[in-house]
Write a protein that binds this ligand. Structure first.
Ligand code: FAD
Ligand code: FES
Ligand code: MG
Length: 316
């Protein structure tokens, strides 16, 4: 039989492409970060997403058929291996369910990369990158790409205590200066991230500040850099972690008000946006609008877990 070499090549390409699209998405690695027991790092096999991912992008996950869609930032990517890294903190049902998955388990849907890439270029003066809590993870690809573009990178990592800190070595490898702060003084400087930030912007000219973390931290970073008293104004980007559902600008879940009375959508206009235009007080009020349902959902899940554990121990 004579094989048609062109057709054979064609077939090989199709098989490779099909393999890239293969669902669901496998967890290749999992580890706990820090000593808090609530922050996890996972490496997922997602070849198509890894190929297109850049700093600032995120994914939307749905763990199983009855699961909700929720966003997580792409904290790292490996185009060769076709993998992305996610880092998440357990705060409710979906993140707890994710933390219960193990290497070899699969996630039903992963959509991405979504959101705008951050603007990577060589800036005239150093850049300051601030990560608070689990927000340290999304700082890594930004610091890495800005460093590769030839910038001097000053990183400030903040957490409530030493147990919630992680990726210090990773961040140090892409930073010219690394400052650690904890609220309780258990590691590094005692105090909040705006203390070293204030010293830095008084000390030298800074081109941009990037802040990723709790809304309240980003609010105070933006206030520090907006230009007041003896402090200069510094262009500041914040990464908005508003509630997201579709991630494509259609549901309106992630909308936020701007100080000039406008409305933007974090999923398509961000998530990294100019921190000086965000109406943080409005956003802080809206962030808690589903807490009752979230609490109920977590309680039901915990109850299911307890019942399953009891059933297993009775059966063994
Ligand atoms: P729930 O009990 O459902 O909610 C707890 C809190 O999480 C809520 O009060 C709300 O503030 C927030 N939240 C709930 N549902 C959503 C949702 N659909 N979209 C956004 N926030 C929600 N967290 C990480 O730990 N690591 C990350 O890398 C990360 N990246 C994010 C990137 C973006 C662009 C956004 C918008 C959020 C990101 N978050 C990240 C937050 C993460 O999506 C929420 O912690 C997660 O959805 C909580 O789900 P849950 O069911 O466990 O908790
Ligand atoms: Fe629906 Fe942004 S998540 S509009
Ligand atoms: Mg939830």
């Amino acid at each position: 039989m004579i094989l048609n070499p062109i057709r054979r090549d064609y077939k090989l390409i199709i098989v490779k492409k099909f393999d890239d699209y293969k669902l669901p998405f496998e967890i290749l690695e999992k580890k706990e970060l820090g000593a808090s027991g609530i922050v996890f790092e996972m490496i997922l096999k997602t070849p198509l997403i890894a190929r297109k991912a850049y700093a600032g992008n995120f994914i939307l996950l749905r763990i199983n058929e009855t699961g909700e869609r929720f966003p997580l930032t792409i904290a790292d990517y490996d185009r060769e291996k076709g993998t992305i890294t996610i880092v998440f903190q357990v705060v409710g049902k979906s993140t707890k369910l994710l933390s219960h998955l193990e290497v070899g388990d699969k996630i039903l849907d992963v959509v991405g990369p979504l959101g705008n890439d951050i603007h990577i270029k060589k800036y005239q003066y150093p850049v300051v990158i601030i990560g608070g809590g689990v927000g340290i993870a999304p700082c890594y690809p930004q610091a890495k790409e800005l460093k590769e573009a030839g910038n001097k990178v000053i990183s400030i990592l903040g957490a409530r205590n030493t147990g919630l800190l992680f990726w210090k070595d990773k961040m140090s490898s892409v930073s010219d200066e690394l400052i650690i702060c904890t609220d309780d003084g258990s590691e590094g400087m005692k105090g909040v991230v705006t203390v070293p930030l204030t010293e830095i912007i008084k000390r030298e000219k800074i081109s941009i500040v990037i802040a990723i973390g709790p809304l309240i931290m980003m609010k105070f970073v933006a206030l520090t850099t907006k230009g007041s008293g003896d402090l200069p104004k510094v262009k500041t980007f914040v990464s908005l972690n508003t509630i997201m559902i579709d991630g494509t600008g259609m549901c309106g879940g992630c909308r936020f008000s701007t100080l000039d009375g406008g409305v933007q959508f974090a999923c398509v206009d961000g998530p990294d946006v100019d921190g000086h235009i965000v109406d943080f007080d409005n956003l802080l009020k809206r962030a808690n609008r589903f807490v009752d349902q979230e609490k109920e959902s977590l309680e039901c899940y915990d109850e299911e877990c307890r019942a399953l554990k009891k059933h297993k121990s009775e059966a063994s």
